[in-house]
Design a protein around this ligand. Structure first.
Ligand code: FES
Length: 134
């Protein structure tokens, strides 16, 4: 598998691997898995009292593209509001990393992890969203 220069750049400069205490009320945790390849991602978002994302950490059991997707996504997420975080598209990640068609699902997983982590945080706050994410 040949990876793009952009993918290898993020893969080679990993800063955001790690975890927060998932019991903290201001931490949202999202764990998602790909039915296509079996890879799993866990994203955690740390929020301040204004619901701003102040930090983001992840763990990936998966491929180079999945790791690069999460490294880029966590970098993008810091400083974002919930609305801005949910506005990040998988195509933003896939295009930035120049993912090949066969690897685009790695960026979809990153997008799903963002949605799951936000949902978990809102549920903890008692502001869970309805089924269609609105
Ligand atoms: Fe499945 Fe990358 S090959 S997440």
């Amino acid at each position: 598998m040949k990876y793009s220069e952009q993918t290898l750049k993020y893969y080679d400069s990993i800063n955001n691997v790690g975890e927060f205490d998932e019991k903290l009320p201001n931490v949202g945790t999202g764990t998602v898995g790909s039915p296509l390849c079996g890879d799993v991602m866990r994203l955690q978002l740390l929020f301040d009292e204004d619901d701003l994302i102040v930090d983001a950490k992840y763990k990936v059991f998966g491929c180079v593209s999945a790791i690069a997707s999460m490294e880029l996504a966590t970098t993008l997420l810091k400083g974002k509001t919930i609305e801005q975080a949910l506005a990040i598209k998988n195509s933003d990640v896939a295009n930035s990393l120049k993912l090949s068609n066969i690897k685009r699902h790695c960026s979809v997983l990153a997008k799903e992890a963002i949605e799951a982590a936000v949902k978990n945080y809102l549920e903890k706050k008692g502001e869970g969203r309805n089924d269609n994410g609105k």
